[in-house]
Design a protein around this ligand. Structure first.
Ligand code: SAH
Length: 451
C-alpha cells in the first residue's frame, strides 16, 4: 500500500458528482459511496462541473463498458485542468484489485487522486478522515490494497423503496470469458448477522423490496464454515417486519438447489423469479465457456423450477459470438430459447477481456456483423414470444408493488415475477401493494387500472 499526496481537497460541505455504470453490484457500491460522502458532509450534484469531488464507478465486463469510462475520464481530465482543486476518484472493475493495473491507470490518467477497488471503500474513508484531520486542504489519499472492506460499510439510504443487499462479493468460478474474478477478487460471503442488521436498517429507512446480490448468489455461505446457506438467509430476511418483497440474483445452474425451491415455494415475501444465465445452447460452446453444465441439464432444471413454482418468471443471459460459435451452435441457442421461452433474455456480444482464458487462448473469430445479426435475431425472438405470452393479460388482475411516480402521475411498479406495469388514475404512494387490472399488454410492459 503506498501513499500519494493530494494537494487538493474538497472543503467542508463539499459537492460531489457520482457517475456509475454496470451491474446491480456496482449500483449497490455506488449507494454505499454516496452514503459515506453524505455522512462526511458531502452534497450530490448532477453536473460534474459544479463538483469538488468527482467519483467514477466503472464496469469492465465488456469492452464497450470500459470505453465509456475512458470517454468520461477524458472529460473529467478537462474539468481538472480548469479546476486544479477538483478531487478525482476512480472506482470499480476498471480499477480491480491488482496494484499494477492501478499504476498503469495512474500513468494514463495522472490526475486521478484516489483508486477504489470494487466494493472497497477504505481508500475513500481514509481520504475523508485525513481531510478532517487537515482541514487546510492538504489531504493525503491512499491507494487501496484490494482487500475486502473490513469496516462495516455504511448503510445507504434506499433509492426509493428498493435497495440492494450485496451478500456474496467477488467470484471464483472463472468462466472462460469473464473478467469479474480478476477485478472483484475471490468469492467471499458477508456474515449473515451483518446482512440481517443491514436489511433491517434499510427497511427501517423505507425500503420495501430488497434484492440480495452475488455473482453466484446460490453459493452464499459455502465459503464460511458454520454459516447459514442462501435458503435460510432468505427465510430470515423475509421475516423482517415491513419488508414486502425479496429477490435474489444471479443464480448459476450448478448451484441452484431444491432447498432454494422449497424456500421460494413456502415464503410469500420471496418473489417467484429467477435470474439464471445459460449463456449458450450448444454443448460445445458451453464446454469452451467452462460453464460446467449441458443444455439438457439446463432444460431439466427449468422444468423442475416451473413444476415446483407455477408462474415463476425466468430471466437469462446469452453471449453471442463466443470464439468458434458456428451457425449450428447459434441455432442450438435459438432452439433452446424457443423451447424455454424466458421472460427476459439479456444478450451480449462477446468481447475478449484481459487475462481471461478465452482472450488468452481463443481467437475472437466471429465477425462483428455476425455477432450483431445473432443479437438482433435473439432479441426479435424474445419480442415475438413475449408478445404472445402477454396476449392474454388484458382483463387479468395482477398485484404490483408501486415503486415510483412517473412524470404526469402515472405509477410504475412490478408484478412478483418482475413484469413492468404502469398504472393511470391512481394515487397510491410508492411502497404500496396494489391490485391492478391489465388493460393493455406489450412485449416489455403492461398498462392497467387500479382494482
Ligand atoms: N455472475 C453472473 C453475471 C456475470 S456478468 C453469471 O455468471 O452469469 C453479466 C453478463 O455479462 C454475463 O451473464 C454474460 O452474459 C455477460 N458477459 C460476461 N463477460 C462477457 C464478455 N467477455 N463478453 C460478452 N459478454 C460478457
Amino acid at each position: 500500500m503506498s501513499n500519494v499526496s493530494i494537494d487538493v481537497a474538497p472543503g467542508p460541505g463539499f459537492r460531489y458528482n457520482l457517475w456509475t455504470t454496470g451491474c446491480q453490484m456496482n449500483e449497490a457500491d455506488a449507494a454505499r459511496v454516496a452514503a459515506l460522502l453524505e455522512a462526511a458532509g458531502g452534497r450530490s450534484v448532477d453536473d460534474a462541473r459544479e463538483a469538488d469531488l468527482v467519483l467514477l464507478n466503472t464496469c469492465a465486463v465488456r469492452q464497450q463498458a470500459e470505453d465509456k469510462a475512458h470517454v468520461r475520464l477524458r472529460y473529467v481530465g478537462q474539468l481538472r485542468r480548469r479546476n486544479p482543486r477538483l478531487v478525482v476518484a476512480l472506482m470499480g472493475c476498471m480499477v480491480g484489485t491488482n496494484p499494477e493495473r492501478m499504476a498503469a491507470l495512474r500513468e494514463a490518467y495522472p490526475f486521478i487522486d484516489l483508486f477504489l477497488p470494487p466494493s472497497d471503500l477504505r481508500p475513500l474513508r481514509e481520504f475523508l478522515a485525513t481531510r478532517e484531520a487537515a482541514p487546510t486542504g492538504d489531504g493525503v489519499g491512499c491507494v487501496g490494497g484490494g482487500e475486502t472492506d473490513d469496516g462495516r460499510p455504511p448503510v445507504p439510504a434506499p433509492d426509493g423503496i428498493r435497495a440492494y443487499l450485496p451478500a456474496v462479493l467477488g467470484c471464483s468460478h472463472a468462466c472462460a470469458y469473464c473478467v469479474i474474478p480478476y477485478r472483484r477478487g475471490a468469492e467471499r460471503s458477508r456474515p449473515s448477522g451483518e446482512l440481517l442488521d443491514e436489511a433491517q436498517e434499510l427497511v427501517r429507512r423505507g425500503a420495501r423490496e430488497l434484492t440480495v446480490l452475488g455473482q453466484i448468489i446460490d453459493r452464499y455461505g459455502l465459503d464460511r464454515p458454520g454459516e447459514m446457506h442462501l435458503p435460510e438467509l432468505l427465510r430470515r430476511l423475509a421475516e423482517i417486519p415491513g419488508l414486502l418483497r425479496l429477490r435474489f440474483l444471479t443464480s448459476h445452474p450448478n448451484w441452484f438447489t431444491d432447498e432454494l425451491l422449497d424456500a421460494m415455494a413456502d415464503t410469500p415475501v420471496l418473489c417467484p423469479y429467477v435470474e439464471l444465465p445459460v449463456q449458450a445452447g450448444s454443448d460445445a460452446i458451453l464446454a469452451a465457456m467452462r460453464r460446467g453444465y449441458t443444455a439438457e441439464q439446463y432444460r431439466a432444471l427449468i422444468r423442475k423450477i416451473r413444476g415446483r413454482i407455477p408462474g415463476v418468471g425466468l430471466s437469462t443471459d446469452i453471449i453471442v459470438g463466443f470464439p468458434g460459435e458456428t451457425e449450428a451452435d447459434f441455432e442450438a441457442t435459438m432452439s433452446l430459447m424457443r423451447e424455454v421461452r424466458p421472460d427476459m433474455i439479456r444478450v451480449a456480444k462477446y468481447s475478449p477481456r484481459p487475462q481471461t482464458l478465452s482472450a488468452r487462448t481463443m481467437s475472437d473469430d466471429v465477425p462483428a456483423e455476425v455477432k450483431e445479426a445473432r443479437r438482433v435475431a435473439l432479441e426479435g425472438l424474445l419480442r415475438d414470444f413475449l408478445t404472445e405470452k402477454h396476449a392474454d393479460y388484458p382483463g387479468r388482475t395482477v398485484e404490483i408493488l408501486v415503486e415510483s411516480v412517473e412524470p404526469g402521475g402515472r405509477r410504475r411498479g412490478r408484478t412478483p415475477d418482475a413484469k413492468l406495469v404502469f398504472v393511470d388514475g391512481c394515487d397510491a404512494p410508492p411502497g404500496t401493494l396494489l391490485p391492478v387490472t391489465i388493460t393493455w399488454a406489450g412485449p416489455f410492459s403492461l398498462i392497467g387500472e387500479p382494482g
